[in-house]
Design a protein around this ligand. Structure first.
Ligand code: GLU
Length: 314
């Protein structure tokens, strides 16, 4: 961003479970990125999935982040912004870009082609289906999922850390669902619309979400939004069933709080990601002055919970 304008970041956890060490590390890095450049940072709670999101998780996330020592310049929940999501869908419908899709999850996962992130690539089966007209009983009320016809071009995108995020989303992923069958705005759409409304200039998040960037940029371009900067960071991983998986369910905030003080946990996580040579206790605000992405390790980090403490692996 030029002209000395204030940078705006956001931490956007899904309210689908308790905060765990991976949540807290992602929040810390997002917060440090903004604070170290004198920017603002929002807590933008992603609570749109009616099957997986719960109010108690939302409350728990908020509490955990406050306990950890992070503060926010603004906070919002996606569920409060349905009108903004609907307006974006209207704009896409008016531009003739929406279509209803009846393909079932089973049909989609049965087709062989995979997207680069391992998900099923949408083969465009329903691409030529017309959108029912607006009005009563029209497309807004239709019980099919709605997809957006992405243009065929390539999105050129570099991560600030050097990774090339460029992709041809239409060919590599296929048209994304922008409104789910249950009527909820889908993740990609809600995410770009809400980031735009808040004025987000920097997207800092775990590297598992890096493949989303080109799809989200393609949607942002269709809606006429400018491009934010992207920075994807390491993940905390655990061994599960002989495989490495994102560190998730192993330990939640309540158990962590019973064992660690906030500075102890912050010190451990700052050490885990390479910000500090040792795990001594530290407050998030003490990390602001020296914060430098180039000090951060880029490789994911193994971490294990033995029921009483966290242990860092290689
Ligand atoms: N809600 C997503 C998650 O918790 C993150 C979305 C984002 O940062 O764009 O994984």
């Amino acid at each position: 961003m030029s002209g000395g304008a204030v940078e705006v970041g956001r931490f956007a956890p899904s309210t689908t479970g308790p905060a765990h060490p991976g949540t807290l590390l992602a929040a810390l890095l997002c917060w440090l990125d903004a604070r170290a450049r004198g920017g603002r940072v929002w807590l933008r709670l992603e609570d749109l999935d009616p099957q997986r999101c719960r109010p108690e998780y939302l409350a728990g996330l908020r509490e955990a982040l406050e306990w950890f020592g992070l503060d926010w310049d603004g906070e919002e929940r996606q569920a409060d912004h349905a009108a903004g999501h609907a307006a974006a869908l209207d704009a896409l419908a008016e531009a003739g870009l929406l279509y209803p899709c009846r393909c079932s999850r089973a049909e989609l996962s049965a087709q062989a082609k995979r997207a680069p992130d391992g998900s099923a690539r949408y083969p465009g089966t329903c691409r030529d289906r017309p959108l029912p007209a607006a009005g009563d009983g029209g497309w807004r009320a239709c019980s099919d999922a709605l997809r957006v016809r992405l243009p065929g071009g390539r999105i050129e995108l570099m991560d600030e850390g050097g990774a090339d995020l460029s992709a041809s989303p239409a060919g590599e992923y296929g048209d994304p669902v922008v409104r789910r069958r249950d009527g909820a705005a889908a993740y990609h759409l809600a995410s770009v619309v809400d980031d735009q409304r808040i004025g987000v200039t920097r997207i800092v998040r775990g590297r598992d979400l890096a493949p989303s960037s080109a799809v989200q940029r393609a949607l942002g371009e269709l809606l006429g939004y400018g491009a934010p900067a992207y920075r994807h960071h390491l993940l905390l991983l655990e061994e599960r069933g002989g495989k490495l998986a994102k560190f998730h369910g192993a330990v939640g905030f309540e158990a962590l709080r019973g064992v660690y003080s906030p500075p102890e946990l912050c010190g451990l996580l700052a050490h885990a990601c390479g910000l500090r040579p040792g795990p001594d206790p530290v407050q998030p605000e003490d990390l602001v002055a020296g914060f430098d992405w180039s000090a951060l390790r880029t490789r994911d980090r193994l971490i294990e919970w033995d029921g009483g403490a966290l242990h860092l692996g290689a």
